[in-house]
Write a protein that binds this ligand. Structure first.
Ligand code: CMP
Length: 138
């Protein structure tokens, strides 16, 4: 099934000049970039994006990290895009990320982990319109 998923190149990876490096993993896997922009989230916007994690002990730190510098937000499209993007990213904790994944290459630790990808269709349906109106997705 062709799906769309929301991905974010996080502030740590943007600072490392790794935007092109991350995009290459997705494109080399045959997935398409359907939308893309660079933005700088406020603390409040980052909290709203990650509202599902509001009870977690790392919620404030995560929102602070995600608003410390610009990010690149992407809609990735392709066959089984939600699961495939998560595979290509690797495990949340880079210590567990398989060789050849984005997080194995670029993540620093479980929080500063270079990329985000929607974890389900339900998440994607919240996360994509959070950043992109339909008219900006191609
Ligand atoms: P992401 O895939 O964007 O989803 C939620 C984010 O919270 C995750 O990547 C990490 O950046 C962060 N995160 C998840 N678990 C932890 C944790 N145990 N400690 C700190 N940050 C975490």
């Amino acid at each position: 099934m062709v799906q769309r998923t929301l991905s974010i190149i996080k502030p740590d990876a943007v600072k490392k000049n790794a935007i092109g490096g991350v995009l290459k993993y997705f494109e080399d896997a045959g997935l398409r970039v359907a939308a893309l922009k660079k933005i700088h989230l406020s603390m409040e916007e980052a909290k709203r994006f990650y509202i599902v994690h509001k009870e977690r002990p790392f919620y404030n730190d995560l929102a602070s990290f995600m608003s410390e510098g610009p990010v690149v937000v992407l809609v990735i499209e392709g066959e089984d895009a939600i699961a495939r993007v998560r595979q290509i990213m690797g495990a949340t904790n880079p210590k567990d990320a398989a060789p050849g994944t984005i997080r194995a290459a670029y993540a620093e630790n479980i929080e500063r982990n270079a990329v985000h990808g929607s974890d389900s269709e339900k998440s994607a349906s919240y996360e994509i319109p959070f950043f992109f109106p339909e008219i900006e997705i191609h």
